[in-house]
Write a protein that binds this ligand. Sequence first.
Ligand code: HEM
Length: 532
Amino acid sequence: MYDFALSKSSFHSCKEKCYGIYVFKRTNYKNNQELNMGTDSNRSTIKLSQSKLDVNDPDLRVVFEDLQGNILKSHGRSHSLHLFLQFTSEDSDKSREWIGKISSRLTSAFEQHQTALDFKESGQEHLFTGLMLSYSGFQALGIDDEEIPDDKAFRAGMKNIEFRYDTGPGGVHKRTINPLNDNPENWEEPFKENIDALAILAYGGESLDPTTCEDHLNEELERIKEEVEGVATILSVEKGYTLRNEKGNVIEHFGFEDGISNPVFFKADFQRWEEKEGTEYYDPSAPFGLIAVNDPGGSSTETSFGSYYVYRKMQQNIKGFNDQTKQFGALISKEVGREVDQELAGALAFGRFKDGTLVTTNPNKTAKPLNNFNYDEDVEGLGCPFQSHIRKTNPRGDTNRKNKIPMRSERSHRIARRGISYGSKDLNPSSEWTDAGLLFLSCQSDIEQQFLVMQCGWSDNPNFVVEGTGTDPITGEQNAGDGKAAKKWQLQMDGKEVSIDFKYQNLVKIRGGEYFFAPSISFCKKFNINHS
Ligand code: HEM
């Protein structure tokens, strides 16, 4: 399976065919320019600024049929396989033919909705299939440059650590190299290779037994293996699954409920939040343009969209986290003169307790809603620390309160998280760095201004959102040396302000990653030889 890997240069240069040039207008949602959609009644009238979308809107049907699933909303399946491919055929026609073959099986946003309805009504499971290409993948397919999406990080690739990015919060326009502080030399072998494509297969609901899910996925895996013989090497197959707690809610490997707060694109999902707990303190809705860009290779400038994906394989040090929360809990107890358990220490790192409730250092305070909150009543970060994972990655107005940055701008850096856990299910291992963690995936329309600002400008930045905050204890750049990691914890405990020195470290290790683009389905169908 992992046998041959030819040099790319020979076929990267063979852009022998042009598959039709589509005139497209670059748009910049961040500058408040919207796609000026036509008034032709056969065309969709979607705007990048449009939010609270109706999946059943007949005018938008053509958009949702051309956009891949898992972008506007998670595919929701409990098991997945991530197949990392490298095109190896010297004849790019053959590779494109495979794209054409798989195109008829890709799950569109519309189909994802239909299958979800069917599952609810009849219990029928449906396979989800998604396909993403890296820049080298587009090149290996011989796609004309003007049909390749032009995000600069996407084009540079994750392994290009010399490329300069502007990730300063609040427009500090100082370009830095290697904003993720990556060392691809330390990645797992398959990720050191040139990755051209990522296919995602997903299957199963909460109640379906894992073996049945895996059987279905393996069947499809075998089919793809046969199809790509002589065309591509499958460098790696990563198995993902949704880890759940005793209540059946999705958690990550440190035991915290995950996937609670994400941008919401559909009206029906927004209404669910409204009914559940209101949206007056935090509005989860997001415009289409937060994750979608016009696909320059799609069949229409008006209806073909895609999204950039960031993939990071993140290994978690579960024992390290459990041990460090005990130590931190003991320090807090000593400082306040009463027993404080490690639950609070862990919750301070995340900003939420394990059950998702917003962290509070006040033992008498009642639980807050899961998502309908902001930090207006905690402007100095004494309840939910500035460095906690959720406050770093979604400051909910801190950049406005502290640096007068407009809310619209802060919210434009949001990402849609689509990750899934992998590896051992042991949440109390006796050794550090078990083979377990998160296959992090996020969708966005601008990798630099969304994922990279969030990771480098916010999480890894010891001075975000105020001087001396420290880095994000979970995903911040923890090996960068003293002075950067979250050290000072300024807390309001039992009516007094306390300051505790503690540094979480070595909790997450990057094992590989890449930037991808999930093209429109019409782009892929162009290569389907049976397609009229
Ligand atoms: C192993 C790595 C990671 C773990 C264990 C982890 C875990 C969590 C948990 C438990 C939550 C709270 C649940 C929720 O609000 O949905 C959360 C929220 C979040 N995480 Fe992570 N995460 C990881 C990596 C990342 C990375 C790399 C990023 C982006 C750079 C990120 C961005 C976010 C965002 C945006 C939120 C939602 C914050 C909010 O809206 O309040 N996470 N994460």
